[in-house]
Structure formats: structure tokens, C-alpha cells
Design a protein around this ligand. Structure first.
Ligand code: IVH
Length: 701
């Protein structure tokens, strides 16, 4: 037999294959709201096609997905021709891409005489919201039409659905422009997404894979009553056609007519000022996170700052967007086929990826909870390689219909444990069997029980189960509990399996020599561990309470309880009523603490700990007690601190942060672009601080 080697495709053939594939993904993503590849995989296809086209410009056609955005609108909705096309954004992935963008912009602006030789470009930085782009058309201040982006030229008419979003005003405040097209993102918060999926599951209806798809699916409903039942939200970040701005506003993209602007009125000739004006006339603008920055270094600083708070945001973002702030400079930079040259999206590492589900195993936790864990073909997601992901519980596996052998979507957001989002059903082969929960604990053989009304199955072995004992010890040794450095999983495995350590108290009798004899332990590390254990003989009372692993008692509750009672005996002897007097402790927590100490073997552990010389020390009272119980409201953008940072500092000093101003508000901290909260504070005579004032109050001035 002759061996016929497959020949490599020519660039033209490869480009054709990529175009077809990208078109199919566009339809699944934009029209069906049901993508089958992750954003990262999609970006990779797009980049490959862009690279081929860059090398072979003769292959570029107007129809290529690199030259257009989105997918053609669906016929069920009326179509809307955009007066100004809705474009996409170029992407930056690495720092080098950002530096190159800044260099291109600076060079062009210097050549045009718009930037001094030694000056840096001012950018307006925003979050890249992961929802869907919408254009809202206001005529004489009234909302007359709303459209999706569609293919960038023509979108779908979703006016009726948009009217159900309460953040979007039907009428603008103040003197109205003749025409104003507001562009922005419709999105769903993660909490609303979870709630929606739960309700969908209860009704046996479609489960959405992420908030973006849920938002798109909800907005593109033919029956707007359905949209109305879904909580969607909106942020404005740009504009399209603008005609007849009220006096004092610049003409945005049209050259201002000479002499029109009055010297006494505020010019709006920057992107940031335009957004501030949109906020003034009643549109939701993401003031908390928008920020001005200088040059590439300023952009990178913003990127890093946002990266740190990304996981704490209530909604998904997939990057940040940098826009040249000055509108005249934007005009000079202009556009390429599908994106402006004056802006770029700097993407975060993708939080979702697809991979193969190799198997499902179960893990036993500290309280006996059995968690099914997915074993995965290694996949790079959220910046790390993931091989295991949680499947939460049996019901979740059924709800998501995940089966061994499936191609699955894996998500790793921030430091959150990776999870399996769901299968890509199009790729399933045959009818693989459903997962069944084992009836006996794989570690100790005790029965696995699942109480009615509970989603979680549990091993009934208690501390007889080596897995539960190990997890209890690891929890107690953790950083927020007794903080015993060097007591890791491998060591705990050996100590429990040999029977040497049965309870927390046994840890304190460990000797250097016996530790040094264990696997992977040298004399030095054994000695260090003995010292770390010794140091843990005087934990604060809060840490000890947390270390005991009482159900429903987290780090904060443990600390509050410790502060309230002052000694372990007082906590052990408190009845439920006494426990309810601790701030933020309700009946569930009080009952749990009381039951824990009613168990003789738990009291015995406390006795054994004492015999080993463990003496908790009193919990320090909160610092800066002047702020204790004081309520703060934050408004506008502070020059240095993000809202999250300011909140953290205020809380650390004993204060509280609230969302609305009332007579009870002690201070309003006001930054740039402060809104109605500042006005209300002035009306009520509440003390107003800026960032420096806040720092001084916190003793950080
Ligand atoms: S500006 C002409 N700003 O990202 C530029 N877009 O990849 C118009 N997006 O279609 C877009 N957050 O759906 C802009 N702060 C933001 C954004 C943003 C999310 C989306 C938008 C756009 C896509 C481009």
C-alpha cells in the first residue's frame, strides 16, 4: 500500500476553514445565546485568521469575520439600522500589546500636533462588562427605540424588552438633546443569574451557562413579560448619533461650529466629561470604577487594580477598556474596519475553558459532607492549570446533566475553587450513564446519608472517619485558626493514618524526634513545626473557637463571640439566650454553639487542650473605637482608593458602609463625579469628607 501523506492546507484554504468555523460560533454566541467554545478558544481562532490575513492581505474580504462584528439579526425581531455603526474593540492580551497601543496613539497624536513631545496621553479607563451591547435612542429626551448590536450595521429591535429594565430612564433629565443614542452594556449580576438558574431548574427549563448568556437570552425574548421577570441591569459607556446638544455641550463627533460655545458654560470635550453628563441626565454610568490614567504605566496600574477586585464585583467582566480621553484626539485617530483606533480592550485571562471530564470521584469534608469532584484533562483557565473541579452535589450533577466522557465548560474565577459549569451537549457521544452517589463512605465505609430537604449527602462516620479527622486538623491548623505553619496535608495524612493523632489535643504532644522520622520531614522542619505548635499554645480566644470547627461559626462570628464572653468557660457555659446577645448571632448560630458544647466529647477536647498547656488569650477590642458603629456612605471616584479598598479600611476600623444617605449616616466620603448622594448629604447636613479626610479620620493621614 502506498502511503499518501496529507498535504498541509494553503493559507487560503485554512482561512476559509477558520471563517466558516468562526461564523458558526458567531451564530451560536450572538443569535442562539448558546456558545460551544470558550471565549479563549474563540479568540485563538480569530487571532489565527488575523495573522493569516496580515501576511496575505489579498485574502481579506469584506465578509471576513475579522472585518465585521457579531451575527446578522434574527428575523423574529424588527430590524434597526444603526445611524452610527456599533463597532467592536481591538484586543490586548499582554503588557506589550498595551505598550504598543500607547505608542501608536502617542505617535499619531504627536504628528498631528495634539500631544507635546514630552507629554503622556490621558486615557479614560473602564471595566469591560461581560453582557451585550445595546443602543438606546432618545429623541427630545424620550426613549423611542432600543436595539442590539447585530452585525454592527443592523441590530434587532428590543425596545419593549428594554423598557422593563428599571435603571434605563424612559425620559432624560434636564434640557434634552434632539437626538441622543446612548451605547452601553446590558448585564445580569451573578446573584441574579444564580437565582434565575435555580428558578429555571425548578421549572425544568433551560439552564444558562453564564450571566452573559442569561442576559442575552433574557433580552432577546419575544415576550417582554418574560424579560420583565428577569433582573437585568445597564451601564452606559459611549454614544452613537448625537444632534442638537443643549448649549454648552460640544458637538461630540461633529466639529463644533465656531463661536457656538459660550465661555461661561462647561465644555464636554472629553470622553469622561461626556459620561459625567450622561450620568447627570439620568443614565447609569459605572462611576465607581471609571478612572483617568496617564500613559502605558497608568493603564497597567488600572489593569492590576481591577484584577484584584474582579472576583468581588457583583457582575462578570472580561477585561478593561482604555479610551483616549480627549474627543478631538479620538477624531484624529479614527477607525479601522471593525474597531476604533483610539480604544482597546485589555482582556483578563479567561475564566472559562472547555476540557474532557475523565471521571467523577467523591471527597469527604470536615463535617462529613460528600462532594463529587470532577477529574479533568488538564486545562489552563483563570491563569492556572486545572485538573480537578467541584461538581457541588448530586442534584447539581443531574441539573447540569454532566456525564463522564463529556466535553465540559470549567470555570475558575479569582481564588474561587474551580467548578464544572456544564456539558457541551453537541459534543456528547452516545448516552453515557448518569452519576450515582455511592452508599458507603469511600474512606471509612460508614453509611452515606442524605437528609430530606438537604442537598448534601454526608458520611455518618463522624471523627471515626479518617477523612473527617484529617480535615478537622487541617482546618484547625489553618491560617485563620491556630496558624500552625508547616502542618500540611501530607503530614496530617501520616499522623492520622498511623493513629498517632486522634484529636486536636494530640497535636500538642508531638515530639521533634517522631516528626523527623516521618516521610518528607527533616530534623530542621520537624524542629520548626514543634516551634509553630508551641506558638499555637496561646491563640486568641477567637482563633481557638474558630479552630474547633463549630458548624456555622466562621472567623468573624468566632471573634465576636470571643470579644463578648472573654473566656472559653464563659462561652461553654452560655445558654442560647446569652449567645443571642453577641452582635450578628441569630438562633441558628446560637443553637449550633450551644449544642457543640453540650456534647461531652467536645468539652473533653477543651480539657485535653488545657492539659497540653493551651491557654487562649483575650481577643483585642477593635482598633479606632471612635468609628465603631459609625455609618459611612461612599460616592464618586476617589483619587487613589477604590471603593472596595475604602470599605475595607472603614470596616477594619469598626465602621460600616451603607449604600444610601440618611440622618443616621455619620460621614459621606465624596470623590470625583459624586452624584445624588452628595446632594442628599448636603441637604441633611451630614459631614462630608474627601479621600484625604477619610485617611486622616482613620489615622492614616
Ligand atoms: S466601548 C467603539 N466600553 O465590548 C467602541 N465596550 O469587544 C464601542 N464592552 O461591543 C465599545 N464594556 O459590548 C466599550 N466599557 C466598555 C465596554 C464595552 C463592555 C463590550 C461591548 C463591545 C465589546 C467590544
Amino acid at each position: 500500500m502506498t502511503d499518501s501523506k496529507p498535504t498541509l492546507p494553503t493559507p487560503a484554504e485554512r482561512a476559509a476553514v477558520l471563517r466558516t468555523e468562526i461564523e458558526q460560533h458567531n451564530v451560536r454566541y450572538y443569535t442562539q445565546d448558546a456558545p460551544t467554545v470558550s471565549d479563549a478558544d474563540y479568540d485563538a481562532l480569530m487571532r489565527e485568521l488575523q495573522a493569516i490575513e496580515a501576511e496575505h492581505p489579498e485574502l481579506v474580504t469584506a465578509e471576513s469575520p475579522t472585518q465585521r462584528v457579531g451575527a446578522a439579526p434574527q428575523a423574529e425581531f424588527g430590524s434597526v439600522r444603526h445611524a452610527v455603526p456599533m463597532l467592536s474593540l481591538g484586543n490586548a492580551f499582554e503588557e506589550d500589546d498595551v505598550t504598543a497601543f500607547d505608542k501608536r496613539v502617542s505617535d499619531t497624536l504627536r504628528n498631528a500636533g495634539l500631544l507635546a513631545a514630552d507629554a503622556q496621553v490621558t486615557y479614560f479607563c473602564e471595566l469591560k462588562l461581560d453582557g451585550l451591547a445595546i443602543s438606546l435612542r432618545y429623541e427630545d429626551g424620550l426613549l423611542v427605540q432600543a436595539a442590539t448590536r447585530g452585525d454592527g450595521q443592523t441590530g434587532e429591535d428590543v425596545t419593549a424588552n428594554i423598557r422593563t429594565i428599571k435603571e434605563i430612564p424612559g425620559r432624560l433629565k434636564g434640557p434634552a438633546p434632539k437626538v441622543l443614542e446612548v451605547r452601553g452594556e446590558v448585564l445580569m449580576t451573578r446573584a441574579d443569574f444564580e437565582r434565575l438558574n435555580q428558578a429555571q431548574a425548578e421549572r425544568g427549563e433551560k439552564i444558562f451557562v453564564n450571566p452573559r448568556n442569561a442576559a442575552a437570552g433574557s433580552l432577546r425574548q419575544l415576550d417582554s413579560r418574560i424579560t420583565g421577570q428577569r433582573r437585568l441591569t445597564f451601564f452606559a459607556y459611549s454614544w452613537g448619533e448625537v444632534q442638537g446638544l443643549p448649549r454648552g455641550e460640544s458637538d461630540v463627533y461633529d466639529e463644533p461650529a465656531p463661536g457656538v460655545r459660550e465661555a461661561s458654560t462647561l465644555p464636554r470635550d472629553s470622553h469622561g466629561d461626556m459620561l459625567a453628563w450622561l450620568a447627570e441626565i439620568g443614565l447609569p454610568v459605572n462611576v465607581a470604577h471609571n478612572h483617568r490614567a496617564q500613559g502605558a504605566a497608568g493603564l497597567m496600574a488600572f489593569y492590576r487594580q481591577v484584577g484584584e477586585i474582579r472576583a468581588d464585583l457583583p457582575y462578570d467582566i472580561d477585561g478593561v477598556v482604555y479610551k483616549v480621553d480627549a474627543l478631538p484626539a479620538q477624531r484624529v485617530l479614527g477607525f479601522v474596519a471593525r474597531a476604533p483606533r483610539f480604544a482597546v480592550a485589555h482582556k483578563f485571562p479567561a475564566e472559562e475553558a472547555t476540557t474532557e471530564l475523565l471521571g467523577i470521584e467523591v471527597q469527604v469534608g470536615r463535617t462529613g459532607a460528600i462532594t463529587p469532584v470532577a477529574r479533568l484533562a488538564p486545562v489552563f483557565v483563570g491563569g492556572v492549570t486545572v485538573t480537578n473541579a467541584t461538581l457541588h452535589n448530586e442534584d447539581e450533577i443531574r441539573r447540569k446533566d454532566v456525564r463522564v466522557g463529556d466535553t465540559v465548560i470549567v470555570r475558575r474565577a479569582g481564588d474561587v475553587i474551580p467548578e464544572v459549569v456544564g456539558p457541551v451537549l453537541q459534543k456528547r457521544e452516545g448516552d453515557p450513564p448518569l452519576f450515582v452517589m455511592p452508599t458507603a463512605c469511600p474512606v471509612c465505609g460508614s453509611a452515606i446519608e442524605r437528609l430530606e430537604d438537604e442537598a448534601i449527602a454526608r458520611c455518618t462516620g463522624g471523627l471515626f472517619c479518617a477523612a473527617q479527622r484529617k480535615q478537622t486538623l487541617l482546618h484547625a491548623a489553618g491560617r485563620k485558626a491556630l496558624d500552625i505553619e508547616g502542618l500540611g496535608e501530607k503530614l496530617v495524612d501520616q499522623l492520622v493514618e498511623s493513629g498517632r493523632v486522634k484529636s486536636l489535643a494530640d497535636l500538642y504532644s508531638l515530639k521533634g524526634a517522631e516528626l523527623a522520622a516521618l516521610d518528607r520531614m527533616g530534623e530542621k522542619s520537624a524542629e520548626n513545626l514543634v516551634q509553630a505548635i508551641d506558638k499555637a499554645r496561646q491563640p486568641t480566644l477567637g482563633r481557638l473557637l474558630f479552630a474547633l470547627g463549630i458548624r456555622h461559626v466562621g472567623e468573624t462570628t468566632a471573634r465576636d463571640t470571643a470579644r463578648h464572653f472573654g473566656s472559653i468557660d464563659a462561652v461553654m457555659n452560655a445558654d442560647e439566650e446569652a449567645l443571642l446577645a453577641v452582635p450578628d448571632v441569630g438562633p441558628v448560630v446560637a443553637g449550633s454553639i450551644h449544642r457543640f458544647f453540650a456534647e461531652p466529647h467536645n468539652r473533653e477536647i477543651v480539657d485535653l487542650l488545657r492539659q497540653q498547656g493551651v491557654e487562649p488569650v483575650a481577643e483585642a477590642q477593635p482598633q479606632g473605637t471612635t468609628l465603631a458603629g459609625k455609618t459611612f456612605v461612599l460616592t464618586g471616584t476617589m483619587p487613589n482608593w477604590t471603593r472596595e479598598e475604602a470599605t475595607m479600611h472603614i470596616q477594619a476600623a469598626g465602621g460600616k458602609v451603607s449604600g444610601s444617605v440618611s440622618k443616621k449616616t455619620a460621614y459621606v466620603v465624596s470623590g470625583e463625579d459624586a452624584g445624588s448622594k452628595l446632594k442628599k448629604a448636603q441637604e441633611l447636613g451630614v459631614t462630608i469628607l474627601d479621600e484625604d479626610g477619610l485617611k486622616a479620620l482613620l489615622g492614616q493621614g
